[in-house]
Design a protein around this ligand. Sequence first.
Ligand SMILES: C[S@@+](CC[C@H](N)C(=O)[O-])C[C@H]1O[C@@H](n2cnc3c(N)ncnc32)[C@H](O)[C@@H]1O
Length: 392
Amino acid sequence: MGSVQLTGKGRRWLLKGHRWVYRDDIAGGEGAPGELLPVQDPNGNPLGWGLYSSASKIAVRMISSETEQPKRDFWAERVRRAIAARGRMGLLDPNGACRLISGDADGLPGWIVDLYGRVAVAASSAQASDRMRDFLLELLVEELPFELDAIVERSDASIRRLEELDTRVELLQGEFESPLIVDEDGLKYEVDVFEGHKTGHYLDQRVNRRRAADFAKDKKVLDAFCYDGLFGIRAALAGASEVVCVDQSAPAGERVLRNAERNGVADRVRFEKGNCMQDLRDRAEKGESYGVVIVDPPAFARNKRELAGSERGYVELNRRAMDLVEPGGMLVSASCSYNVRPELFLQFLSKAARAAGREVYLHELRGASPDHPYLLALPETNYLKCAFLRVE
Ligand SMILES: C[S@@+](CC[C@H](N)C(=O)[O-])C[C@H]1O[C@@H](n2cnc3c(N)ncnc32)[C@H](O)[C@@H]1O
């Protein structure tokens, strides 16, 4: 078994409660790719156990500060705790959908498991989580309160390259009918677990879609960067008079229309394929206005290097979105870039308001749905900002 010794800085960092050890903070030792190994301070005193990566800048992800080696019971308890938490959130519904395991935030680094009905979609993004795959899925099946029809592996996120891992997308067990339909409290939608984004769907926006729908009654709604159109369809179900969904993805657009049909709102929901940056400008030039505008773009700052450039994108996008909100209407503006911290995002929105010449009030600043927990010890688990802005 390998082991690593930290530098004094690495030790201080861990003692402050942080869970990741960067390679620069390792003074000596090493392990096999993905190995669970003991971590020591510069004098060889034990600091706990972590999962080693031979490739990533994050060399070790700490999982325990105990001296005893974590064994099967330890991992079973982590899985049980994650599932129990979703149960208390009322999300363990064999027809619904939720994130069952959210990686580091649930003490299971590198592992995401999303549940769509009775189909679990597992995504691994680290050497250690690859190594633990079969074992973890076994625990999951044991701990879930209902039987699964199938398990799919969807390990194809680009982050795997940092761990020098190939992509893997396959049906691991069982079978299920296509299209896979989720029923989330009456909202029905299909999920493409093999080809769709992430594990097939953006579960993190669930609570924000519901909240946005509170402002939609009798309003015209623009859902920009709509993906499967679920902000828009929730709004239509809440009584929006007309919903326009825009995205550059044609397959997503086809799902928007089928989802609208499924929910009985096809007469009020339409999809327009396009580049939202240009589309929003064109709509403003035509004099269009909406009671609710949603902008939920992909991450503009995927790393620190992209942060400076992302400002222009966020400010310009939100300025254009504000141009389209009727006085007193609501702009729902999201950013899923971890590197854009909440205060900075508000600064970007404030610049956008100045550029748009509008008086803009922060109604609520929200985060991800609670099944994507924000572990306070690991600020990286707080990535999604969703600002509800009243635009006068
Ligand atoms: C974060 S997802 C949106 C999730 C969606 N709002 C939901 O609730 O499921 C971002 C979406 O933006 C789309 N997209 C990325 N760049 C775009 C662009 N320039 N114009 C239009 N759509 C774009 C992607 O296809 C993706 O569907």
